[in-house]
Ligand binder design. Structure first.
Ligand code: AR6
Length: 307
C-alpha cells in the first residue's frame, strides 16, 4: 500500500527540471511562462494518499460514488463522506462541490463532474465543460482557504476523454486561472495527480509547453521560499528536498516496474488461457451506467448553455 505523501514529498516543476525528469519542449504555447514552476507539481500516485488541503474527485452527477477514483476516494474516506454527499443534491457537469475529507489525509474533497467525452463532443461542449471543472475546483479551493489542491485526471477514465487532449485542456485552464483570477495567490501548490502511465506521459508532454524551465538561475518565485506550510527555506534545504525527491522517484520507478511486470505476467497468463489479447490494467471500456455504477443523471443543457 502506498504510504501517505506530504506536500514536501510532491515534486514541483522546478525540482523535476533540476532532476532532468522533465524535458523542455521543442516549442511552447504563446504566453508560456516559468513563473509558476514552484507552484505546479505532477506526480503519479494514488490521490487518496496525498496529505494536501484538497483533492479533486472525478465524480458523476449523483455525487453518490462510483468506480475509478470516485470509488477509491469514498472507500478511503469512509461512510461520513457519502452521508455529506447525500445532502448536496447532486452536481451539474462542469460544476463542483466541496466536502470534508473524513478519514482521508486531505482536509477537503472537491467533487467535480467531468464531461462524458463522446456525448459532449457531439455537442461541441467537451472542452468548455472540462475547463469549467478545473476553474470551479480552483475557485472552491481558494474560497475555502485551501492552499494546496491535487487534481485527478478528470474524465480520462470511464468518461473516455483522450489523455493528451485532457492534459492540454487542464494545464491551459489552470494557467489561465493563475494568470487572471484575483484569488490565484491563495494557492501555493496545484498538483496534477496521475494514476496511469498514459496520463503521466500526456502531462510530461504538455507541462513544458505551458511552463518551460526558468532560464539559468532566474526562477521568478524562488523555489522553497514558501514550502506550503509557511516556513521559509534556503538553498541547503532545497538541495535536501531535491535529493529526497530524487531517491523517492527512483524507488517509485522501481516499484512501478515491479508492479507492471507482475501485472503483465498475470495478464499474459490470463490471455493465454482465454486466447485473447491482454487488457491494459484499469482501462475502463464501458459507458457509465453499464458497469454496475450509479446511473449518471441526464446532462443538463440549460447549465451547459451558461458555460
Ligand atoms: N488515484 C488517482 N487517480 C486515479 C485513481 C486513484 N486512486 N483511480 C483512478 N484514477 P475515472 P472519469 C484515475 O474513471 O473518467 C466514476 O465511476 C484514472 O486512471 O475515475 O471522470 C464516477 O462515479 C483516470 O485517469 O473518472 C463517474 O461515474 C482518472 O482517475 C465516472 O467514473 C479518472 O478516471 C467518472 O469518469
Amino acid at each position: 500500500m502506498a504510504p501517505i505523501k506530504t506536500l514536501r514529498e510532491i515534486p514541483t516543476l522546478t525540482s523535476l527540471y533540476k532532476l532532468k525528469h522533465l524535458t523542455p519542449a521543442a516549442s511552447t504555447v504563446s504566453g508560456a511562462s516559468s513563473a509558476y514552476n514552484d507552484r505546479i507539481c505532477v506526480i503519479r500516485t494514488d490521490i487518496t494518499k496525498l496529505e494536501v488541503d484538497a483533492i479533486v474527485n472525478a465524480a458523476n452527477e449523483s455525487l453518490l460514488g462510483g468506480g475509478g477514483v470516485d470509488g477509491a476516494i469514498h472507500r478511503a474516506a469512509g461512510s461520513g463522506l457519502l452521508r455529506e454527499c447525500e445532502e448536496l443534491d447532486g452536481c451539474d457537469t462542469g460544476d463542483a462541490k466541496i466536502t470534508d475529507g473524513y478519514e482521508l489525509p486531505c482536509k477537503k474533497v472537491i467533487h467535480t463532474v467531468g464531461p462524458i467525452y463522446w456525448r459532449t463532443k457531439k455537442q461541441g461542449k467537451h472542452t468548455s465543460l472540462l475547463q469549467s471543472c478545473y476553474r470551479r475546483s480552483l475557485d472552491l479551493a481558494a474560497e475555502n482557504d485551501c492552499k494546496s489542491i491535487a487534481f485527478s485526471a478528470l474524465s480520462t477514465g470511464v468518461y473516455g476523454y483522450p489523455s493528451n487532449e485532457a492534459a492540454a485542456t487542464a494545464i491551459g485552464e489552470v494557467k489561465k486561472w493563475l494568470d487572471t483570477n484575483d484569488k490565484a495567490d491563495k494557492l501555493d501548490r496545484i498538483i496534477f495527480c496521475n494514476f496511469m502511465e498514459k496520463d503521466e506521459h500526456a502531462y510530461y508532454e504538455w507541462l513544458p509547453k505551458y511552463f518551460p524551465p526558468a532560464e539559468d538561475g532566474k526562477d521568478q518565485n524562488k523555489s522553497i521560499e514558501s514550502n506550503g506550510d509557511g516556513q521559509k527555506g534556503h538553498d541547503a534545504s532545497e538541495e535536501k528536498m531535491v535529493d529526497q525527491i530524487k531517491s523517492e522517484l527512483e524507488v517509485e520507478a522501481e516499484d512501478q516496474n515491479k508492479d507492471e511486470n507482475k501485472r503483465e505476467a498475470v495478464d499474459a497468463s490470463k490471455s493465454e488461457e482465454s486466447g485473447q489479447v491482454a487488457d491494459l490494467p484499469d482501462v475502463p471500456k464501458t459507458e457509465p451506467g453499464e458497469h454496475g455504477l450509479p446511473e449518471a443523471k441526464k446532462l443538463k443543457t440549460d447549465h451547459d448553455q451558461r458555460l
